[in-house]
Write a protein that binds this ligand. Structure first.
Ligand code: PMP
Length: 360
């Protein structure tokens, strides 16, 4: 088999090898069923057993109570940008958004179609290089929406934003879900596209408090109402069966690593390898403020576009793939999601050190 290389892609992204191997083995026959995982009916016993186990493991991983529904939807995190306000924002109401990057902005833009949007905080003034420390909320927000990790700008909320008492917190956790311990009880809803920390693209995990779900509008097309998906155990229509199955393997893998505490410690150690190097380098520097740095996406620049490009191209030749920053910001980005090994961070730092010596 072709050797696997250091894959720093922002998503779809690196997945655990043992999970890929198990999925491969079940591709031709799920267990002893004689039918591959992708070929099983979503209404059949075998897939329903998979679905129930995936949900149970998700609950176990983040200690999610029965007050919450767990849904597996399609349409990517981007569909949640409109489904959230479509369900939970009336034209007369205001939803508060914390603008910490392009994805947060996109979410807020969609909400303007359904009601009023108030920007409670923004870090746009410095090209989203930091997480705002304060926010000014509207009087009675329908909900407060934030993006826990800003994939493009390499910033991450260290903890949940302080919000007005009794308000409903909704989070786009697409690029950092289950990267560290998570207190789900603080949230009305958490959603995440799978393709970074959870599995292949094509499935979106939604963790939704049932009382909030109950307040959702009832005059929307069925596919766009959360309650319909919950009432039908994510099988109102054909769900993304393979993605759900794969996500379940990833949950089991995280549990085997020791759960979210252990994964959080490993992610901190991994990110530190890169940030410590960046902080002492005389060629490279991290772009995010020190107190806002992401554990998942480490963004950095040399300050010279031609040197950035040379670095990216030489790194690629040396087997470090996916380091080019998002097209909207340039520079470099090392995405080091849960499945990315610490050894890959150490190898990158060694390579950067050599590059710095030769080109400094
Ligand atoms: N939110 C965040 C934080 C993201 O990083 C992304 C994708 N990179 C999205 C939303 C959009 O996700 P999707 O492509 O699944 O719609």
């Amino acid at each position: 088999m072709t050797k696997r290389i250091n894959n720093f892609s922002a998503g779809p992204a690196i997945l655990p090898v043992e999970v890929l191997e198990e999925a491969r083995d079940n591709m031709l026959s799920l267990g002893d069923t004689g039918i591959g995982i992708m070929e099983h009916s979503h209404r059949g016993k075998a897939f329903i057993a998979v679905l129930e186990q995936v949900e149970a493991d998700c609950r176990k991983l983040a200690n999610i109570s029965d007050d919450y529904s767990i849904l597996f939807l399609q349409g990517g995190a981007s569909s949640q940008f409109f489904m959230v306000p479509m369900n939970f924002l009336e034209p007369t109401q205001t939803a508060d958004y914390l603008l910490t990057g392009s994805w947060a902005q996109k979410a807020a833009e969609q909400a303007t179609r359904y009601g009023k949007v108030h920007t409670a905080a923004s870090s746009k003034d410095r090209n989203f290089a930091y997480i705002p420390k304060t926010a000014t909320y509207s009087e009675k927000p329908a909900y407060v929406h934030f993006t826990s990790n800003n994939t493009i700008f390499g910033t991450q909320w260290a903890k949940e934003p302080e919000t007005p008492k009794g308000s409903t917190l909704i989070c786009d956790a697409s690029s950092d879900i289950f990267c560290r311990p998570l207190d789900v009880s603080k949230y009305g809803m958490i959603y995440a596209g799978a393709q970074k920390n959870l599995g292949p693209s094509g499935v979106t995990l939604v963790i939704l408090r049932k009382d909030l779900m109950g307040r959702g509008k009832t005059d929307l097309p069925e596919m766009l109402q959360y309650r319909i998906h919950a009432d039908n155990e994510s099988c109102y229509n054909t769900p993304p069966t393979f993605g759900i199955y794969f996500m379940g393997l990833v949950f089991k893998w995280i549990l085997k690593q020791g759960g979210l505490e252990a994964v959080g410690a490993a992610n901190t150690a991994k990110a530190n390898v890169l940030y410590q190097y960046l902080d002492k380098s005389s060629m490279f520097r991290a772009t995010a403020d020190a107190d806002s740095r992401s554990l998942m996406n480490v963004t950095f620049v040399t300050g010279k576009e031609d040197v950035d490009n040379k670095f990216i191209s030489e790194a690629k030749k040396a087997g470090f793939d996916g380091l080019k920053g998002h097209r909207s910001v340039g520079g470099m980005r090392a995405s080091i999601y849960n499945a990315f090994p610490k050894s890959g961070c150490e190898e990158l730092v060694a390579f950067m050190g050599d590059f710095e010596k030769k080109n400094g």
